[in-house]
Design a protein around this ligand. Structure first.
Ligand code: ATP
Ligand code: MG
Ligand code: MG
Ligand code: MG
Length: 564
């Protein structure tokens, strides 16, 4: 491919809206462009990377015996009403009506659609097991779309669904998908970790998430330093730090910390909801004895979860107005859910903590911030950063570490949740009707590209794993205005490489060498080949490994052998 005829609108500066490195680099390297919040166009270079991920996913799914289908993205509401998710799924489900006034949604996932398909087709145990998957655009009206491809509203997902006649079969299907996921992420070349996960709104019996380890990850995972225990914070089986028993419910208690900007994540973990659903948390000192934790987000979820978790005695739900009365400070936003932790249950010391005010929003500083990191104890709310210090691990007692992770894949054993509610049954050997046992398996295909960049970059740009690099080789022709020989030689090398099946982008633009080097580093092809005037004279081309920086010279004569 010749750069001069390609479309790669690179940017010199970091775009202001991009917070994380993958987002910045994807924009800068001309791989994606934003249409509107959470929706991106994949430009040629970006699409190549996404397609490469999809290809690996496809190959491993096929190898594992899954069959590719393509289901409609628009889904009728009545299916979602059958499973109850029309009500339950919340605002992430984008709903609309057709011209006849019938309700529809854009598919965020396809359990209903695939179950509807199978219940109409499969009648006998002889037709099972069955495993169907698709690679498709999904839509989720995320409350805080951000970080480019990491959390879009429209994104590419591989979603797969297994149907089995019995538990053994279902467990085997799950294991096969789990192994396929290990193969996929290994082949891509990511540093990843399967972790135990919460089953969340999909429901079901058990599940694992595949986490790419990266500081910008939105999930925190608890990883044991000794045994193979690893779990999402939402699910981590944390028992006890302080060792005290809660007088209200006699469950073990854990220490709590909700300082500064971490408050959103931690309160989200406490509530067991996606941090995306929480716009803001604030701590308010009430009277030196109690603290109000304000959670602004999905009111129903928070209120109901808080009540269940803490019980009416421990906390008092409050309106914004009420909290303003408690704190004698303007709350500054509408509709928060307040939680008042009483001294009896939360024996804490209220202190002003200027250090974390520094990290907080200006807007927040009109309230008195309290550092309750030390002493507050609440049942069921774990700040795992504290636990590291305390040498606790949930399984074997060894210390746990708490890396951040990006969820790139998720496998669920669903059981009969959907087959029962949607009546997807088969007849067993004895002619008895039974619900199928299901599993579902997702991979964030477009998110994988972002995750790979989060894990593989330097100050100059991306360093793609060869498996998903848009091009394997950047060939730079350092031509002056009239270097026709050099240009001709570069094109010849380009053709040789293409004939060898190497994906090469020849930078044949009339640009200065500095610009070509910069763009090649930015775009992150694993190998750079540089042909300059001197090299041409001496019969030499320089090869550079983008990741290690290692350089070597290859003779132009017999270049093909040298390259191999
Ligand atoms: P998250 O916790 O990040 O919101 P999820 O648990 O809601 O993800 P799943 O329902 O498990 O997502 O979907 C399967 C996969 O789809 C996820 O593992 C993730 O890789 C990807 N994915 C989910 N939401 C998004 C999104 N908004 N943008 C890009 N990829 C996503
Ligand atoms: Mg989600
Ligand atoms: Mg998740
Ligand atoms: Mg998930």
């Amino acid at each position: 491919m010749l750069f001069s005829g390609y479309y790669v609108p690179t940017l010199k500066e970091d775009p202001a809206e991009a917070e994380v490195i993958s987002h910045k680099l994807l924009l800068r390297a001309g791989m994606i462009r934003k249409l509107t919040s959470g929706m991106y166009t994949y430009l040629p270079l970006g699409l190549r990377a996404v397609n490469k991920v999809a290809k690996i996913v496809r190959e491993e799914m096929d190898r594992a015996g899954a069959l590719e289908v393509l289901m409609p993205m628009v889904q009728p509401a009545d299916l979602w009403q059958e499973t109850g998710r029309w009500e339950f799924y919340g605002k992430e489900l984008l709903r609309f009506k057709d011209r006849h006034g019938r309700d529809y949604c854009l598919g965020p996932t396809h359990e209903e659609v695939v179950t509807d398909l199978i219940r109409g087709e499969v009648r006998s145990y002889k037709q099972l097991p069955l495993n169907l998957y698709q690679i498709q655009t999904k839509f989720r009206d995320e409350i805080r779309p951000r970080f480019g491809l990491m959390r879009g509203r429209e994104f590419v997902m591989k979603d797969g669904y297994s149907f089995d006649a019995n538990e053994d079969g279902a467990n085997q299907s799950y294991a096969r998908m789990y192994e396929a996921y290990v193969a996929i992420f290994s082949r891509i070349g990511l540093e990843f970790r399967p972790v135990e996960a919460d089953t969340g709104s999909i429901g079901g019996s058990y599940s694992h998430e595949f986490m790419v380890l990266a500081d910008t990850g939105e999930d925190t995972i608890a990883v044991c330093t000794q045994c193979d225990y690893a779990a999402n914070l939402e699910k981590a089986e944390v028992t006890c730090v302080a060792g005290d028993a809660c007088s209200a419910c006699s469950q073990d208690m854990v220490e709590v910390a909700t300082p500064g900007k971490h408050a959103v994540d931690e309160v989200a973990a406490f509530l067991g909801v996606d941090p995306q659903r929480i716009l803001k948390t604030l701590l308010y000192d009430i009277d030196g004895e109690s603290v109000a934790v304000l959670v602004r987000g999905d009111r129903e979820v928070n209120e109901c979860k808080l009540k269940t978790l803490l019980g009416g005695d421990v906390c008092q739900m409050a309106s914004a107005k009420q909290v303003e009365e408690w704190t004698q400070a303007p709350v500054g936003f509408a509709g928060p859910v307040g939680l008042k932790v009483d001294k009896i249950y939360a024996d804490f010391e209220v202190r002003t903590a200027t250090d974390w005010i520094a990290g907080a929003n200006k807007k927040d500083t009109h309230v008195m911030h309290v550092d309750i990191a030390r002493d507050v104890k609440l049942t069921g709310y774990a700040d795992l950063r504290q636990i590291t210090d305390q040498d606790v691990c949930p399984r074997c007692g060894a210390p746990i570490t708490l890396p951040k992770g990006i969820e790139v894949g998720h496998v669920f054993k669903l059981g009969t949740k959907y087959s029962e509610s949607m009546n997807a049954c088969y007849l067993d050997e004895n002619g008895k009707e039974k619900p199928m046992i299901m599993g579902c398996y997702g991979i964030g295909v477009s998110r994988v590209v972002a995750a790979a960049i989060e894990q593989n970059h330097d100050e100059h740009g991306m360093m793609f794993p060869p498996s998903i690099a848009p091009f394997e080789v950047s060939l730079l022709a350092l031509t002056g205005a009239k270097d026709d020989d050099l240009r001709a030689k570069a094109v010849e090398l380009h053709d040789v490489l293409e004939n060898m099946g190497v994906e090469v982008l020849l930078d044949d633009r009339k640009e200065r060498p500095g610009i070509k080097f910069k763009d090649a580093d930015l775009m992150g092809a694993p190998m750079q080949l540089v042909l300059g005037k001197k090299g041409l004279t001496n019969g030499i081309i320089e090869a550079k490994n983008r990741k290690t920086g290692e350089k070597m010279e290859l003779p132009l004569e017999g270049f093909q052998q040298g390259f191999e």
